[in-house]
Design a binder for this molecule. Sequence first.
Ligand code: LLP
Length: 422
Amino acid sequence: MYCPTTFETSRSMIAGIPIAQLVEQFGTPAYVYDLSVIERRVADLKSFDTIRYAQKALSNVAILDRLRKLDVVVDAVSAGEITRALRAGFNAQSTPQGIVYTADILDQASLELILKHNIPVNVGSPDMIDQLGSVAPGRNITLRINPGFGHGHSQKTNTGGPQSKHGIWHDQVNDCLLRADRNGLVVTGIHMHIGSGTDLEHLAQVCGALEKICLTVGRTVTSISAGGGLPVPYRATQTYVDIEKYFELWNAVRNRLQSNFGHRIELEIEPGRYLVAESGFLVAEIRAIKAMGENVFYLLDAGFNDLARPILYGAYHPISICRRGSNASNRLQEVIVGGPLCESGDIFTQEDGGYVAKRQLPTAEVGDYLILEVAGAYGFVMSSNYNSKFRAPEVMVEKGIAKLIRRRETADDLVALETIPE
Ligand code: LLP
């Protein structure tokens, strides 16, 4: 398998373009996405009938547009994500359906767009059936089922089991079928997503659970979704899930259901991280280097306002250094990498629980660049204006050309929505 992550701690290029050139063009901090990586990841999953991208991982409309051109469709969890999907040219009426709304609530703004654009709904709570049925009877719906177990890279990304708010509890399927009947809705698909960044063992358990639910629902079922959750390696010691094996598990479920029901069953997968994580690099500049007792800190112009995964989950991101002038340094030292924000948790090298960790990195100087890698998924989308920082620009490298797909925010952007009353 193609692995764009080299896990080297020195790097001079991204997607074939010198980092110094990218910085000159776009400044720091900046997110840079290598489109060729996304294309390869899409190709990996081509055995599935439908790849439905969970756009929450990286929702820039340029990326969505390129995915659409690769025959990928999307899900949307909010009015904003529906808007992005429409802007990127997806059509809810295409085959397969270009947009599916999948969430645990229907808010007013989403409901209006769902009705206006006739967007199919993957229902994550029984109440949604009545709310949708009362305004749009006669529709087909799919059910997101919580199978009673889940797993994720962090407890915060585990979306199954009784401690999770997600999906319809597995033993309430009959109640949901009654609700659907009462509202003139037909259940045509079953979906499960047990968590993000899980492993093959847990993902494999989903197959059996989903098959059982489909048999309860019966012959109206025409599609099944394996959900997302496929992990990517963030460390040299981690590997990929065997995609062929994973597909075979699901294909077997599909085949059994097809012979049971006597009609075709579409098989969907709904990855976010897998498609985009490795494409993304957050390029920052080292603005200060300081010794605090025995510790050495590299302080960047990027903070957890730009990449929140370390502070939220203790997530590990590979880090590399690009020396600005001279050649790459091959002397390594243990350092702590932090950002500019006014709280001590603004550290990129931390473990779950907020414990600061050290990383062996090349010795660097102020003005050198530091790259946080495998940052394409849940990177920019979870960025914020905390400390009134301007959100970083996003750049897509396509066929060797770096294209700006979102400009850096300005001071005017920052206060544009605020008013000072008389
Ligand atoms: N489908 C549903 C219904 C989901 O809730 C999610 C992710 C996905 C698909 C895509 O999961 P993936 O393939 O990316 O694992 N912010 C966290 C991840 C949160 C995932 C939320 N739901 C992180 O940075 O790790």
